[in-house]
Design a binder for this molecule. Structure first.
Ligand SMILES: [Zn+2]
Ligand SMILES: [Zn+2]
Length: 589
């Protein structure tokens, strides 16, 4: 045997791999595979961007092996397979990492430190493990173009995102609404579900059963129960289960309605009527407190029907009275019901947890103070509307940072109307070839059939700024779809035309637009976008489309016989882990 072959045989696999990798690099084999003739045309691959502020792990190796092998196979078959790398760089994980580094515990500390300095830190931290990623990718032999990788924080990437948002806006699919989130009134911030889980504690709260006077009847009332008496002034509806049995009980002069199974709550009495919940639906009652009623006069909430009985499937008879007090702004179920049937949405409580001025005797007081519950109970008793009060022991979430009681609070948030796109997405999903096949109708199909509107905005700092400006004078909203458009509308165009223009916060927050309607000053909404949106838009944004590279996306004109597809859109092949079915795959679709 020839000595060189023998030497070859004694090399370890690892040594041989290193030699092959070196050969590929020296001879630029990947580049050559792209520049050679491709008789079968383009095979489009999308790289799902990893975040380089975390170390690459073994699961990445598996994904990257698949991401590599299929494109190689297609190349051998005669396709050109461009493989543009990408990096996901925005979002809360990055912010939390930096907060940890700086020892911060609240948003307030970030703002005191300065958003500009904070975001600069975030930008820097994104690349902590870049070298590890580069070496990991090279060593795996994953052919991907990292030199021209897309980076989601780059201004041109952000500009494409703005363009996509503008398309959504123009179709009327972007809207503002409230969303109920766990909120710490002291820290002034939402808590994630993971943070929430850390702060549960057993507490004794005052629970109340109160009487809601039925309209047009004498001495006839619904009885509802709550463990958060502070939400009673914000009551706008009562909910019943349509197939639950309810009874009318005569007690002294009063007639009281509640679920048959819960009649013990009011004690002795004579049952004079029994009906199913569906019979109660639509009955109106008098507001327990006038605050919401009076405050919504003259607002866009005026005229919305409220203070009546609605049906809801979350009603049970395991506790309470089987009639559920509904305060739309302070509970997730309440809120969902309110949205479904169009109840008025009005805050009696500020973000710092205190009642608004229009809340009468409660104005300015912190809702979680026990004194507030006691005063509400006293007031109800005084008006003859109290059935009973009791100490109720339950597990309740507290802020893990400051131990304050959490409140559930509806906040301004921007949504994309995914629900109206449901049918379209289900249809598109049918065209996708899934491997394994069951995901199509299983995990992914189920998700699409249940798709809810996408809560799109985050009250954070390091992310793609939502390009919406609101006029301070007339409330007119403008969505900006490009830097040019921003420059044209800006009262100081020099900021945007500067070559070093950075579309992130806080620079972008300082840009004031002139309102097209009334000439007033328009300021940007403070939110940034959900980071999943960044990667979901990579088909366009990686090419800075439509500002450059139009041919990558747009199909050639029908006169030129073509495939009906752009050069790099849509994808022929994507490979990611299963958790991405409800993450990136979804936002991509
Ligand atoms: Zn707190
Ligand atoms: Zn205006």
């Amino acid at each position: 045997m020839r000595p060189d072959i023998m030497a070859e045989e004694h090399k370890s696999i690892s040594e041989r791999e290193q030699e092959i990798l070196a050969f590929w690099e020296q001879q630029k084999i990947f580049q050559k595979s792209l520049s050679q003739k491709a008789p079968k045309g383009n095979f489009v691959f999308f790289e799902g961007p990893p975040t380089a502020n975390g170390k690459p792990g073994i699961h990445h190796a598996e994904a990257r092996a698949f991401k590599d092998i299929i494109p190689r196979f297609r190349t051998m078959q005669g396709y050109r397979v461009e493989r543009k790398g990408g990096w996901d760089t925005h979002g809360l994980p990055v912010e939390l990492e930096v907060e940890k580094q700086l020892g911060f515990k609240s948003k307030k500390e970030i703002e005191e430190y300065g958003i500009a300095k904070f975001n600069a830190k975030c930008k820097e931290s994104v690349w902590t493990y870049l070298k590890d990623w580069q070496e990991f990718t090279r060593r795996l032999g994953f052919w991907v173009d990292l030199e021209n990788a897309y980076v989601t924080y780059k201004p041109e990437y952000v500009e494409s995102l703005w363009w996509v948002i503008k398309q959504i806006w123009d179709k009327g699919l972007l809207y503002q609404d409230y969303r109920v989130t766990p909120h710490c009134p002291r820290c002034g911030t939402s808590l994630s579900s993971h943070e929430l889980a850390q702060g549960y504690a057993e507490v004794k709260d005052l629970a109340v059963s109160a009487k809601f006077k039925i309209k047009g009847k004498n001495n006839e009332y619904f009885v509802a129960w709550t463990t958060t008496p502070w939400t009673l002034p914000a009551n706008v509806a009562l909910a019943v289960g349509t197939s639950i049995a309810y009874v009318k009980v005569k007690q002294g002069e009063d007639y009281l309605w509640l679920a048959k199974a819960r009649s013990e709550v009011i004690g002795e009495g004579e049952v004079v009527e029994e009906v199913l919940g569906e019979k109660l639906v639509g009955m109106e009652y008098e507001p327990l407190y006038p605050f919401v009623h009076d405050a919504i006069n003259g607002t866009e909430q005026e005229g919305k029907k409220a203070w009546y009985v609605a049906s809801a499937d979350f009603v049970t008879t395991t506790d309470g009275t089987g009639i559920v007090h509904t305060a739309v702004m302070y509970g997730a179920d309440d809120f969902e019901l309110g949205t479904k049937i169009g109840l008025p949405k009005y805050h009696l409580v500020k973000l710092d947890g205190t009642f608004v001025d229009k809340a009468g005797f409660l104005a300015g007081r912190l809702v979680t103070d026990e004194g507030v519950a006691i005063d509400i109970i006293k007031d109800l008793a005084h008006r003859g509307l109290l059935i009973k009060k009791e100490k109720y022991e339950h597990s309740y979430p507290h802020c893990w940072r400051c131990k304050s009681k959490i409140i559930y609070y509806a906040k301004d948030s921007w949504y994309i109307k995914m629900s109206t796109l449901r049918e379209k997405m289900i249809k598109e999903n049918k065209k996708i070839h899934w491997e394994p096949e069951h995901i199509q109708e299983g995990r992914f199909g189920e998700w699409l059939r249940e798709v809810k509107d996408w809560a799109f905005s985050r009250e954070r700092y390091w992310g793609t700024p939502l390009p919406i400006w609101v006029c301070k004078k007339c409330g007119e909203k403008k969505c900006v779809g490009s830097f040019q458009e921003l420059k044209d509308a800006s009262s100081d165009p020099s900021v945007v035309s500067s070559p070093s223009f950075d579309p992130h916060r806080p620079t972008v927050d300082e840009i004031v637009l002139k309102c097209e309607k009334c000439g007033g000053e328009a300021k940007r909404v403070p939110d940034v976008c959900d980071v999943w949106f960044d990667s979901g838009c990579m088909p366009y944004a990686q090419w800075h489309y439509p500002f450059e590279n139009k041919a990558k996306i747009d199909p050639p004109s029908p006169r030129l016989r073509g495939t009906g597809k752009g050069e790099a859109y849509p994808a022929d092949y994507i490979s990611e882990a299963i958790d991405q079915t409800r993450g990136w795959f979804y936002t991509l679709l």
